[in-house]
Every structure is written in structure tokens, then in C-alpha cells.
Ligand binder design. Structure first.
Ligand code: AMP
Length: 303
């Protein structure tokens, strides 16, 4: 089992979905990622919060395998994001993104983080992702996530990140936007040519499409009667996926497929309630049961 280093946003989110609204709840890509990955391994977080982020809010991290030595607290306001979802929850509009303390943030990795073998560059300015990558020594496996905000706003720096990672975890719309290809298979091949051999394309309620070298593996999302809030599902998926990979002795095709199901199982819980609420209540037994449900959902006997 290897530890994982992650850099990304820790945020106050305001969310509106067909099921309700939540205002100024703790979120952020690194938060969802770390809580999810900590079900499988030790996580070392690099991020920044403002002085409006209280001890009470810090409690989302406590009692978990999350090292906060690299979480800086500075004066100013924490990153804020607001999103509103469509009636079917399949698309969302960003109402605002306020980088706040992330604007001036310069990550300095504590010495204890620098040799971390697994690295996940969660969603944040690609320049920060690069700064973190420059400070780690010979990592075994590096993966990254990003979103349209950075694809459109900082394409050059993002291109440098993508050129240096082993895996990219990205949603289908963003894969099309990044590659300029509308066909998802062509988009995948084009992105692989930019650097990452392993590409994980998140397709919301349609599950995940994975390719390593040339073959594809697909996993469905768990059919759920009620999706309360999809926020953070992608980061939760990435946390389960990377956490599972890092907990394995080596990365084989079988381990990758299991890691995809681990990520999908965690994400299926995350959407059941607003913000981090469902993940924070999740028990290892519930996770194990859902993993088994996924097996039933996807298994068939070949002729
Ligand atoms: P997801 O639903 O997986 O795309 O992740 C949503 C999370 O990403 C929310 O908790 C937001 O705080 C965070 N987020 C939204 N926009 C950005 C951005 N431009 N950079 C970093 N994090 C973001």
C-alpha cells in the first residue's frame, strides 16, 4: 500500500439541484478526493483555506487517513464555487468561481510529502498542479483531473500537465473540448497522444469509459432512484480509483478494472445526499456491499 499526495481545491460550495439547495457547504475537488481515497490508503493534502474556514469545518477531515501538514491557512476568503443543475442533473451551469486565497497560493511541499509514490493533481489551476509535480521525487504514478474552466482559460499550462501524467481522469464533454473531437473514441486517442497512456472518461449517469494503450473497459453507474446532488461525484470517483490503485501491489489491467468499480461505488454514495454528507456517513461495510452489487450489475456468463 502506497500513500497518495493530492493538490486541488478546498472550497465553500453553493449548490442548486432539482432536489434542493445548499449554501456555503464544504466542498472542493481535493476535499472529495481525499475523503474518498482515505477509504483505501493514506492521503497527503496540499491546498489552502482562508481564515473563514473554521475548526468546525475542518472536522470533515478528522478521524480519517488524511495528513493536513500541507494544508495552508492564510488570511482571506476560501475558494468559492456555485453551480446549478439541470432538471435531469446531467448538466450544470457554473454561476461563479471565486479563486480567492488560491489566487496568491504557492504550494510548498513539506519534506515528508516529497517522496510520495502516487500523485493526484485534482482540479485547480494547472500552474499549481505543475508546481506540485516539480517538487515530488520520482513518483511511481501520476494522474490529473481538470475542467472546462482551465481547458478554456489556461490551455498552455494544462497542456504541460497532460504531457507529464500517466493518467488523465476527465469527463466526456471536457474530453471532447480538450481534443476537438466529437467522437469519444477519437477524442480518447487524441488525448493519449498528448501524454497519458491511461485515460478515464467519466460519463455521469452513463458510467465510465477507460482505455489503456488500445483496449477499452466500460463500467455503468449504479442505477439510483434518487440523485440529490452530483457535485463532487467526479472527484469522489477519482479518489476511490486512485486510492484502490495505490493500495494494490502493482498496476495491472485487473487492478485497474477493480479500481474503476471502487471509484464508481464511492461516487454512487456521494450523489445520494448534498455535499459531502453521504460520504462522511459511509461505512466500510456499506462500501463492500455496493462493490458486490456492482459485480452483480455487470457480470454475465460468456457463451
Ligand atoms: P465535480 O462535481 O467532480 O466536477 O467537482 C465539483 C467540485 O469542484 C466542487 O466542490 C467545487 O468546489 C470544485 N470546483 C469547481 N470549479 C473549480 C475550479 N475551476 N477549480 C477547482 N475546483 C473547482
Amino acid at each position: 500500500m502506497y500513500p497518495i499526495l493530492t493538490v486541488g481545491s478546498v472550497a465553500f460550495d453553493s449548490i442548486k439541484t432539482p432536489c434542493g439547495e445548499a449554501s456555503r457547504v464544504v466542498g472542493g475537488a481535493a476535499t472529495y478526493f481525499s475523503v474518498a481515497a482515505s477509504f483505501f490508503t493514506d492521503v497527503r493534502m496540499v491546498a489552502v483555506v482562508g481564515d473563514d474556514f473554521t475548526e468546525e469545518q475542518m472536522r470533515v477531515f478528522s478521524g480519517r487517513r488524511i495528513d493536513l501538514t500541507g494544508l495552508q491557512r492564510v488570511s482571506g476568503e476560501t475558494f468559492r464555487w456555485k453551480g446549478e443543475y439541470s432538471v435531469d442533473c446531467n448538466s450544470r451551469e457554473t454561476i461563479y468561481t471565486h479563486l480567492n486565497v488560491f489566487d496568491q497560493f504557492r504550494p510548498v511541499l513539506p519534506e515528508s510529502y516529497r517522496s510520495t509514490p502516487f500523485v493526484f493533481l485534482a482540479n485547480i489551476h494547472p500552474a499549481l498542479q505543475l508546481e506540485v509535480l516539480d517538487q515530488v521525487r520520482a513518483p511511481r504514478f501520476v494522474a490529473a483531473d481538470t475542467m472546462n474552466y482551465w481547458i478554456e482559460g489556461t490551455p498552455d499550462e494544462l497542456g504541460q500537465v497532460i504531457g507529464r501524467v500517466d493518467a488523465l481522469v476527465i469527463n466526456d464533454t471536457e474530453a471532447r473540448e480538450l481534443s476537438g473531437e466529437s467522437n469519444l473514441v477519437k477524442a480518447a486517442r487524441a488525448i493519449q497522444r498528448m501524454g497519458p497512456a491511461l485515460l478515464v472518461i467519466k460519463r455521469g449517469e452513463h458510467g465510465v469509459l477507460v482505455t489503456r494503450d488500445r483496449g477499452f473497459f466500460a463500467a455503468p453507474a449504479m442505477p439510483l432512484e434518487k440523485v440529490s446532488d452530483p457535485t463532487g461525484a467526479g472527484d469522489t470517483f477519482a479518489g476511490g480509483f486512485m486510492g484502490f490503485l495505490a493500495s494494490a501491489a502493482e498496476i495491472t489491467d485487473t487492478v485497474i478494472t477493480r479500481a474503476i468499480i471502487a471509484g464508481s461505488a464511492l461516487a454512487s454514495f456521494s450523489v445520494e445526499d448534498f455535499g459531502l454528507d453521504r460520504l462522511l456517513r459511509l461505512t466500510p461495510d456499506e462500501l463492500r456491499d455496493r462493490f458486490a452489487e456492482f459485480k452483480r450489475l455487470t457480470h454475465f456468463d460468456a457463451l
